[in-house]
Design a protein around this ligand. Structure first.
Ligand code: SF4
Length: 102
């Protein structure tokens, strides 16, 4: 069965990147966002405000937090604390919690 004209046109456009696929990509949380500031989120854990959050320990970051919903090695992923936004694996916030895998 040969492809229809419609299939050929769509295939050509998709191959050329002319058709945008629906995107459900979330925006990445910024440390300047109000909800981030409330919890002291920073995209680089080493920049955590140690005076405000003395519980911070070197080595803690979103990527090894129990709340991080990404796979190991994933640069950013969802965190239930910040609905609709992703956090950087390298980030940190005051709700960091040790994951079972540690
Ligand atoms: Fe990162 Fe964990 Fe804070 Fe979420 S709860 S922002 S994964 S440190």
């Amino acid at each position: 069965m040969s492809p229809t004209r419609r299939q050929i046109v769509l295939g050509t456009l998709m191959g050329a990147g002319c058709l945008a696929r629906p995107s459900f990509a979330q925006t990445v949380l910024k440390s300047s966002d109000a909800e981030a500031q409330m919890r002291g989120y920073v995209a680089d854990a080493s920049q955590a405000d140690k005076a405000r959050f003395p519980q911070y320990r070197k080595g803690q970051h979103c990527g090894n937090c129990a709340m991080f919903l990404g796979q190991p090695g994933q640069a950013s992923a969802e965190c239930p604390l910040f609905a609709g936004k992703q956090v950087k694996a390298s980030g940190w916030c005051s709700a960091w919690a040790k994951s079972d895998g540690q």
